[in-house]
Ligand binder design. Structure first.
Ligand SMILES: *[C@@H]1O[C@H](CO)[C@@H](O)[C@H](O)[C@H]1NC(C)=O
Ligand SMILES: *[C@@H]1O[C@H](CO)[C@@H](O)[C@H](O)[C@H]1NC(C)=O
Ligand SMILES: *[C@@H]1O[C@H](CO)[C@@H](O)[C@H](O)[C@H]1NC(C)=O
Ligand SMILES: *[C@@H]1O[C@H](CO)[C@@H](O)[C@H](O)[C@H]1NC(C)=O
Ligand SMILES: *[C@@H]1O[C@H](CO)[C@@H](O)[C@H](O)[C@H]1NC(C)=O
Ligand SMILES: *[C@@H]1O[C@H](CO)[C@@H](O)[C@H](O)[C@H]1NC(C)=O
Length: 522
């Protein structure tokens, strides 16, 4: 492996139009600081050979090579869920491991003990959907109030597992499975230890280590060394990437056995092929396609009084914090901007104020928070409001399977540095024509089913929700790996020949992550 410098010079370019260019660009920027020029030439040369090799080994080279390149992003093009759903299991079937209960059910049973301050029992109730939402009857159509819950943002593992148990393409025979789902609640397992000072690295890794040991002892692990295995993890990826013993989080993703397992996470490391970003659970859980259509109609025809809004904590911002800047702009434009103060834990217990504000606004501001993503992105879009992003990694390099490919079609991007230099957000948003706003909102509404988790045992008739999109994505990716031989064994020679790019992109260490965060922050 190459030495990793502490001061790389530039942010990796993320996602230009053509995938081939994309890769090369990111290779260049990623590697420049680490490589001497000759290494770079050799690497690029090898890369060309590799590309040629892949092109030749595929039946239809011109089209398949471009699919091949989307591997780091998305194997399936996202589409609005109104496109017809396949009734047969064309993507293959999923087998669920019957894990010992300590990895899932027992964690939920001990919900009183999962974090140091409060019980998580209510948050995890109702198969992870949480408590039924109250106080919404004034705001939304009466017969849709049943589809709303005060869902916890970290409840993905439960919701996912529960849906999977009833998935129409589940199989009970491992021989016939295309993919293997590991129903381990990794986020719940580590949550308990994240904030306690006296917990050791061992505490935080124990469940994950034991789970991997268990899974690797199963007969079907050997079939592909984990390549056809996947897991859902209900916290952000950085909570599972501890490199030093005293640092934050568990080391779960860095454990050797985790290497080839696809991870569905609410925030991914955008440079790791095995991390897939999936939507945070929001509060809307339709149980039928008619719920979805009614809701789409409701948000489409909603009269919106405010140009834009911001929901977040308003206290405790340090002066130069970016969110502080947004807030002060919002406060000084109070005729066109609305703030929901979520300071303390005011919004964590569910509040109708957020939903109402999003329903009333054309746009919602979505700066990064402690990490790149926020649950609020989905709360906003579910309400048919158009998100405004300031970091590409807040959504564009996160949820590629779920959101439209063209960022400008459903969202507004404003460079954070322009805002720091005094650019008026209102100015930017006011310039967008009403017709343009209507089109963008229509796009958000089209994709809405893709970002909600239905509360249904077998899916929403004829409509794909976030769960379906995620699982079909995993299945089709496993198939592609099989068909195109996209696996380590075929890359090994390249790796040995001194092209650790793949590794570099797949497995970033904390120092690199911090560097990326620094550069994105600037
Ligand atoms: C809910 O109300 C709308 C409008 O009043 C109606 O069209 C729809 O059929 C109702 N849906 C259900 C499930 O009752
Ligand atoms: C940490 O300290 C608390 C109380 O100080 C104790 O109850 C708990 O068992 C300790 N945890 C560990 C892992 O030692
Ligand atoms: C999987 O393969 C390894 C190494 O070849 C072997 O030691 C192990 O017993 C196999 N496990 C199963 C369950 O077949
Ligand atoms: C990951 O996959 C590669 C290639 O199939 C294999 O060589 C390696 O042993 C796998 N890693 C683990 C931990 O199974
Ligand atoms: C949250 O809601 C529950 C259930 O209604 C209530 O018992 C609890 O006190 C609330 N917590 C806060 C912090 O408001
Ligand atoms: C971020 O995304 C916007 C909109 O797609 C694009 O114009 C811009 O170049 C991207 N910035 C970076 C640093 O990739």
């Amino acid at each position: 492996m190459l030495p990793i410098s502490d001061k790389p010079s530039s942010e990796p370019t993320a996602k230009p139009k053509t995938p081939v260019l994309d890769r090369k660009n990111s290779f260049n920027t990623l590697l420049k600081p680490y490589l001497s020029r000759s290494w770079l030439f050799i690497s690029i040369f090898l890369l060309q050979i590799l590309l040629l090799f892949m092109a030749r080994s595929l039946p239809n080279s011109s089209t398949s090579i471009s699919t091949q390149h989307q591997h780091f992003a998305s194997p399936i093009a996202p589409s609005p869920s109104s496109s017809p759903i396949k009734t047969h299991c064309t993507f293959g079937k999923v087998f669920i491991y019957d894990l010992p209960p300590m990895f899932n059910y027992e964690l939920v049973q001990n919900c009183d003990d999962l974090n140091p301050w409060t019980s998580r029992c209510e948050a995890l109730s109702n198969h992870g959907y949480g408590r039924r939402a109250t106080g919404l009857s004034e705001i939304i159509p009466e017969n849709l109030t049943n589809a709303w819950y005060w869902t916890d943002q970290f409840a993905l593992e439960l919701i996912f597992h529960n849906r999977m148990k009833n998935y129409r393409c589940r199989t009970l025979e491992p021989e016939s499975a295309t993919a293997f789902y590991i129903p381990f609640y990794a986020g719940l397992a580590v949550g308990k230890y994240l904030w306690s000072d006296n917990s050791t690295g061992k505490d935080r890794d124990r469940h994950c280590e034991m789970m991997l040991k268990w899974v690797q002892n199963q007969p079907y692990w050997n079939r592909s060394n984990g390549w056809d295995h996947f897991i859902s993890m209900g916290r952000i990826t950085w909570d599972f990437r501890r490199s030093k013993d005293r640092d934050w989080g568990s080391r779960c993703i860095y454990l050797p056995g985790m290497r080839n397992i696809t991870r569905l996470l609410i925030e991914r490391n955008s440079w790791d092929y095995f991390d897939i970003g999936v939507p945070y659970p929001s509060g809307f859980h339709p149980s039928s396609s008619s719920d979805v259509k009614q809701w789409q109609h409701f948000v489409r025809t909603r009269h919106r009084k405010t140009l834009y809004c911001f929901a977040g904590a308003t206290r405790g911002f340090i002066k130069n914090d970016f969110r502080g800047l947004l807030l002060s702009q919002c406060f000084s434009e109070s005729d066109s901007c609305r703030v929901v103060d979520c300071g303390g834990s005011k919004c964590s217990n569910g509040t109708s104020a957020i939903l109402e504000t999003f329903l009333d606004s054309d746009f919602c501001l979505q700066p990064r928070g402690d990490s790149f993503t926020r649950r609020s992105i989905f709360d906003c879009m579910v309400a048919g409001s158009i998100p405004v992003f300031f970091w590409n990694r807040t959504a564009y390099y996160q949820y590629e399977w779920f959101l439209p490919g063209e960022p400008g079609s459903y969202s507004v991007y404003i460079d954070r540095n322009d805002v720091k230099n005094g650019k008026s957000i209102k100015g930017v948003l006011k310039k967008i024509s009403r017709e343009e706003v209507r089109k963008m909102r229509e796009k958000v509404i089209d994709y809405l089913p893709n970002i909600v988790y239905g509360k249904t045992s077998e899916g929403l008739e004829g409509i794909r929700d976030a769960f379906d999109v995620a699982v079909e994505g995993v299945l089709s990716r496993v198939k592609e790996q099989e068909e195109t031989g996209y696996k380590w064994r075929n890359w090994k020679n390249v790796e040995l020949a001194g092209l650790p790019i793949i590794i570099l992109m797949l497995r970033m260490k904390k120092s690199e992550v911090l560097f990326l965060e620094r550069t994105e922050k600037q």
